[in-house]
Design a protein around this ligand. Structure first.
Ligand code: BEZ
Ligand code: FE
Length: 276
């Protein structure tokens, strides 16, 4: 393999990976090389631009920490996260649709009883959330495990604060024997994704805003059913049609009703897909 040129190098690289024993890895490497080279040819990538790209990825890596995942933000804002969700979750009609996971989930959330306040001191208007978890056949799913998390009224998740004594606006609950749940929390508000890093710079350079429409995150699990990772969005939010991470689905938009006392209520019924 000598004297490779623009026309012969792609095939030479693909051949270099041709002995990869894992067939899936081989498929991915081959396709990656093909598309990466095609991209460079299509835009006639200059050496300066190549170096800028390397610097951009380096900066993205440097921005990452235990509580900041800039690569996930990059994937989200390029639509890759939502594309992957869409390709891998072909659920039957009637199931609750999934959307992006986002970077702010915590494995170790506090456990709550039904009716508790998961806000745990987070700033925001009070909100009562209730609903049911059922299977596609309409059967209630007793004891379904419900993980919820959200940003506060200032648009921050608890993990974005440096010195918080305990988790806020997130928790784990179990549905009751009839698949019903209810808990107190705060009203979800629109918020900008972290934009003080390379992803923010990319959004600015491309004249895009960093906002997500108001939403509450849910992850719902029950034996015999596919895990559901989704949000419930607030109707009438100004960012529903320009979500910076392309995550909005019409079926996930609900009415968060203002009560006479100024608090809010949200009711949403989830439908899980039975495992095959
Ligand atoms: C979120 O909704 O928490 C989120 C999703 C993608 C990027 C940033 C935040
Ligand atoms: Fe979020």
């Amino acid at each position: 393999m000598r004297n490779l040129n623009e026309d012969t190098i792609t095939q030479a690289v693909i051949e270099r990976f041709s002995r990869t024993p894992d067939p899936r890895l081989k498929e991915i490497m081959t396709s990656l090389v093909q598309h990466l080279h095609a991209f460079a040819r299509e835009v006639r990538l200059t050496e300066e631009e190549w170096f800028k790209g390397i610097q951009y990825l380096t900066d993205t890596g440097h921005m990452c920490s235990d509580t900041r995942q800039e690569f996930i933000l990059l994937s989200d804002t390029l639509g890759l996260s939502m594309l992957t969700v869409a390709m891998n979750n072909d659920k039957p009609a009637g199931c609750t649709e999934p959307t992006v996971f986002g970077p702010f989930f915590l494995e170790q959330a506090p456990e709550y009883q039904l009716g508790d306040d998961v806000a745990n001191g987070a700033k925001g208007e009070p909100c009562l959330v209730s609903g049911t978890v059922k299977g596609l056949g309409g059967e209630p799913i007793p004891n379904a495990l419900i993980n919820v998390w959200q940003a506060d009224a200032d648009g921050n998740y608890d993990v974005q604060y440096e010195h918080l004594a305990h988790p806020q606006a997130r928790g784990i609950l179990h549905a009751d024997a009839q698949g019903r749940f209810h808990f107190k929390t705060i009203l979800a508000e629109a918020y900008p994704i972290p934009s003080d890093g390379p992803v923010g710079a990319m959004l600015k350079a491309t004249k895009n805003h960093p906002w997500r429409p108001a939403h509450l995150h849910f992850m719902i699990e029950a034996p015999g059913y596919e895990r559901l990772i989704t949000h419930v969005f607030r109707d009438h939010d100004q960012y529903l049609d320009s979500d910076v991470v392309f995550g909005v689905r019409s079926t996930l938009i609900a009415d968060w009703v203002k009560q006479a006392d100024g608090s809010y209520s949200l009711t949403y019924d989830f439908v899980l897909n039975p495992e095959k």
